[in-house]
Ligand binder design. Structure first.
Ligand code: FCB
Length: 450
């Protein structure tokens, strides 16, 4: 069978600053909420921190060489706000600008497109001390940081993504409290959600003005949610779950409004008083592409004990990844189809998709991660089905290029195409990396040759 992937398809991989850079106290970097959170006993598994991570700050040349060797034609990274603007306002830190400029220039020399995320969860701690994302001022500061970063790096960046997964930043950080800054206050989380959406919009305006050559998109996490039965209470529970996880972010971006049912559901919190005239227009500014991160399907039933959205997820019906996340490739096709049916015909990039597994290292140091190969093959074929069905899919970024600091799970979860030995910092491409090289070289045809 011939490949459904169009010419020029971007075959990429993604990373994020806090998860790989390390050098937490070097180059003038200031502390972020993840430094504080990881240093707090009991917050991250085994007390792991991002202090050293993959030491990418010093070893990035090795990492871009690996990316080139795999044949990646795109690479998504994030820049660290607390490295670029450690004192939270004013001029950018020249050492940080120099670091990112060198890295981005090297990617360009290697013919690898760069997709740069401005916020992948590492809020400068000074801004959290002033109230963090529940405060509007944080979004305004982000607009300023976006403008300065656009001016400093704009000639070297191909794609810009203002905010990674606003849902996670708002709800894992401020409601569940399992991510930094570890607060458990639902009203604060809802206000954070609005201000992260607003931050996206303010950054879009800043990037349009100061980095006009770059394309701008999103990295929205889209979860596939199904009702456990057609009982009205389960259908309603699934709708609410979808509202809180997906529509609260997609509707503002593509329809310029919060969903009516969400406004009604959360009205008792008063959180949406944070929305000011003009905000929704700012948030819904036109984009050039839409980026989707996808990891989950949830089959949900009504749960009157769940005070947030009245639902609970059933145990996964299929085999799971090392994280316990259900393997269900059809969900990727479903979220892509939904995006194009219900929201936008813009070019779509899968900005993250991948899996952690318990990789075994053989005596010769090699890693035969057959489970990751099978996972990616299933999900890439599902992406291919979406294209055949008419979805305007233009790229697929695997999470992740390297094993890295997996937030609250520390180094215990490995998502990389490339193994990192954290004692020696040795990089070893896994079998999935070699496999991906073949997929890329054939523009996807290798997915269908087995
Ligand atoms: C996503 C994050 C990314 C990584 C993957 C596994 O939610 O954006 O940083 O941790 O999950």
């Amino acid at each position: 069978m011939t490949s459904p992937f169009p010419d020029g398809f971007l075959w990429g991989a993604s990373t994020a600053a806090y998860q790989i850079e390390g050098a937490a106290a070097e180059g003038g970097r200031g502390p972020s909420i993840w430094d504080t959170f990881a240093a707090t006993p009991g917050k991250v598994k085994h007390g792991d921190t991002g202090d050293t991570a993959c030491d990418h700050y010093h070893r990035w040349r090795e990492d871009t060489a690996i990316a080139a060797d795999l044949g990646l034609n795109a690479y998504r990274l994030s820049v660290s706000w607390s490295r670029l603007q450690p004192s939270r306002r004013g001029d950018l830190n020249p050492a940080a600008v120099a670091f990112y400029r060198e890295l981005l220039a090297d990617l360009r020399d290697k013919g690898i497109r760069s997709a740069v995320t401005l916020y992948h969860w590492d809020l400068p701690q000074v801004l959290e001390d002033e109230g963090g994302w529940p405060e509007r001022a944080t979004a305004e500061r982000f607009g300023d940081y976006a403008a300065r970063t656009a001016r400093a790096l704009g000639d070297l960046v191909d794609e810009w993504i203002p905010v990674n997964e606003a849902w996670c930043a708002a709800f894992l950080g401020y409601h569940a409290g399992v991510h930094a800054p570890g607060r458990q206050d639902r009203t604060a989380a809802l206000r954070a959600a609005h201000h992260l959406n607003l931050a996206h919009g303010l950054a879009v305006a800043a990037l349009r003005e100061h980095a006009p050559a770059g394309k701008i998109g999103s990295a929205v996490i889209m979860t596939d949610i199904e009702a456990a039965s057609d009982r009205p209470e389960d259908v309603r529970a699934a709708r609410l779950s979808d509202g809180g996880g997906n529509r609260l972010f997609l509707d503002p971006l593509f329809r310029g409004a919060y969903p009516e049912d969400m406004l009604a559901h959360f009205a008792p919190t008063g959180a949406f008083d944070a929305v000011r005239p003009g905000d929704m227009e700012t948030i819904a500014a036109p984009l050039d592409f839409v980026g989707v991160n996808h990891y989950h399907r949830f089959v949900v039933e009504a749960d009157p004990d769940d005070a947030h959205l009245g639902n609970r997820a059933l145990p996964p019906a299929n085999p799971v990844t090392g994280f316990g996340w259900e393997i269900h490739p059809e969900s990727l096709r479903r979220v892509l189809a939904r995006l194009s049916d219900e929201y936008t015909g813009l070019p779509v990039y899968i900005t993250e998709s991948g899996a952690s597994f318990e990789d075994a290292v053989a005596a010769d140091g090699s890693v035969d991660d057959a489970d990751r190969v099978a996972y990616l093959e299933g999900y890439m074929r599902a992406a291919g089905r979406a294209i055949e069905q008419g979805v305007n899919l233009r790229g697929y970024f695997v999470w992740s290029l390297l094993d890295n600091f997996e937030w609250a799970e520390g180094y215990s979860k490995r998502f990389g195409l490339v193994r990192v030995d954290y004692d020696t910092q040795r990089r070893t491409p896994k079998r999935s990396a070699e496999w991906y090289r073949g997929v890329i070289a054939s523009n996807g045809a290798a997915l269908y040759s087995a």
